[in-house]
Design a protein around this ligand. Sequence first.
Ligand SMILES: Cc1cc2nc3c(=O)[nH]c(=O)nc-3n(C[C@H](O)[C@H](O)[C@H](O)COP(=O)(O)OP(=O)(O)OC[C@H]3O[C@@H](n4cnc5c(N)ncnc54)[C@H](O)[C@@H]3O)c2cc1C
Length: 177
Amino acid sequence: MNGRQITLDDDTRIDADFVIVGAGVRPAVFLAEKSGLAVDRGVSVNEYLETSVPGIFAAGDIARWPDPRSGGRIRVEHWMVAERQGQTAAVNMLGFGEKFDAVPFFWSQHYDLTINYVGHAEQWEDAELDGSFASRDFGITYKRASRVLAVATASRDVQSLQTELAMESGGWAATEG
Ligand SMILES: Cc1cc2nc3c(=O)[nH]c(=O)nc-3n(C[C@H](O)[C@H](O)[C@H](O)COP(=O)(O)OP(=O)(O)OC[C@H]3O[C@@H](n4cnc5c(N)ncnc54)[C@H](O)[C@@H]3O)c2cc1C
């Protein structure tokens, strides 16, 4: 790869105006697995962030937890999720029995564009755009079965906060517009 051209494994060369590299990551579960913790594309935890071994907790990128909104088990790589899970895990190490039910949230800055994202949508049926990319003022609502899974915004902090509040207090349909 030289910025204008990429060479594939079979030596095929593809010209490009520019090249974006999307390099995924995988959680390092080797130690957890060898220690006898249940793993499932991450370290499996319950709603208290406790692993399959009582007294051992996992939080952040490595933890896959039961998501109260979707009913599924999710693993999320967001800085705020890691921070909030760390707080919940610490509280539960002290025996307080606090369920982790925070709505996943992140913001990400790309030069002069800040994107906010609330919720969690691995798969969706509709992605409704309100606003425009050109003006850098937009909201995208991701839905499945008419339910709001997640909202991504730029220049719409209030909408992000309202979405987070609605998801925290009511569930999926609360932010449908
Ligand atoms: C390039 C990049 C950009 C990102 N941008 C954003 C963003 O814009 N917004 C956002 O919300 N999130 C972003 N993230 C994700 C965010 O950084 C992570 O969700 C967050 O750092 C996860 O925190 P963590 O504590 O779970 O894991 P980590 O920050 O990965 O910390 C895990 C620590 O454990 C240590 N460790 C691992 N194995 C062992 C071991 N066996 N013994 C001792 N120590 C060990 C590691 O060295 C590391 O220090 C980004 C991530 C990357 C890589």
